[in-house]
Design a binder for this molecule. Sequence first.
Ligand code: ZN
Length: 242
Amino acid sequence: MAERYQINEGVVIRRHELTSGDVIVTLLGEHGKWQAKVRKGKRPGGHLGKLSLFHDVTAQYYRKTEDNLAVLTQVQLNGALPRLSDPAIYPYAHVLAELVDKLTVDVHIGEDIYKYFVSSLRGLNQGESPAQITIVYAWRLLQTAGLSPRVKSCVLCGSSDLDQRFDIALGGVTCQTCARGYPISADLLTDLQAIHSLSVRDTLARGLTNPDEHFRLLSRFLAYHVTELNSLASLTQLTTHD
Ligand SMILES: [Zn+2]
């Protein structure tokens, strides 16, 4: 059967080495998520080095039939963001990569998720406030997946007389009468409202008060509405955030 060479591009969001020694890479591009295999022993031109996590690449591949996983034959590195490999930054980039991976299981969410993901990595690469950048973009990515929480009025009755509670399952805050859910601080509530009404830039300029509390809420929200993220569990075991 004829082998059909094709070109695609994207940012590497996951790498998985098989027992055979082949490596499966998962990439998120403007047109969606795709996967390809790098064959063991057929790694000309340092493919695997170019396919490090968070690298932006253009790759040529072929697949023998539509059912087969694409096999990479050429890889061109378009851009790497050097600070993302910094141990102080990497865990945050990993959280966002795992999040976009989980949000795009069997669905194509569109270009927004790719754009937000790329701009989150660029933001992290600048090295300032990685925790805040991760929190703000995590909510933005959830928004592109149609999973925005309700944070301005009660998720049960619509009242704006809010209590400091967030009902994880219902996906939003509750009022003083309904008063259901997980207790949150007043600061967290106003931060969430800012995240969901201001631009990313304005939210980051304003700042967030307590990243640890944000990450605890995000963990619960994601575990219920998406899935638990291993990278976020590792991150929340760290004690210091900006
Ligand atoms: Zn209510």
